[in-house]
Design a protein around this ligand. Structure first.
Ligand code: THU
Length: 134
């Protein structure tokens, strides 16, 4: 259970991260914030490239920051966009590698939006249990 103060801190962090988005091609700025199992918040923004396919989503930026700092478990997720949009399929899969059915808040710039969960966003997902020998 994530308390309201923590949720609000995650939302504020995602809103701030969104301001760092490098999105000169799509103009769709995205900010993400993850609560790590260490109690710290990890943020990310989308980083586009003139070679479009090399662009990185905000959620994956945040996951890679968290893991590279030694934390491998996500307790809650916030994604902030202009229209409270939902994470892409690639990001759902990358998030689920490090999270259970955690709360996900999808919010707009003002913090309004909706709450869902990661397993709702990616039911019947692929995981390490599907790899023989794992
Ligand atoms: N984007 C994200 O950062 N996260 C998502 O889950 C959906 C899409 C970014 C990628 C690209 O920079 C822009 O939004 C438009 O697709």
């Amino acid at each position: 259970m994530i308390d309201e103060a923590t949720r609000d801190r995650l939302i504020a962090t995602a809103q701030a991260a969104r301001k760092q988005a490098y999105a000169p091609y799509s103009h769709y700025a995205v900010g993400a914030a993850l609560l790590g199992a260490d109690g710290r918040i990890y943020s990310g923004c989308n980083v586009e490239n003139s070679s479009y396919g090399l662009s990185n989503c905000a959620e994956r930026t945040a996951v890679f920051k968290m893991v590279s700092e030694g934390v491998r478990e996500i307790l809650a997720i916030v994604v902030c966009t202009v229209n409270a949009g939902s994470p892409c399929g690639a990001c759902r899969q990358v998030l689920i590698e490090f999270a259970g059915d955690v709360p996900v808040w999808l919010v707009d710039e003002t913090g309004n939006g909706r709450e869902t969960t990661l397993y709702t966003l990616l039911p019947d997902h692929f995981g390490p249990e599907h790899l023989p020998g794992e």
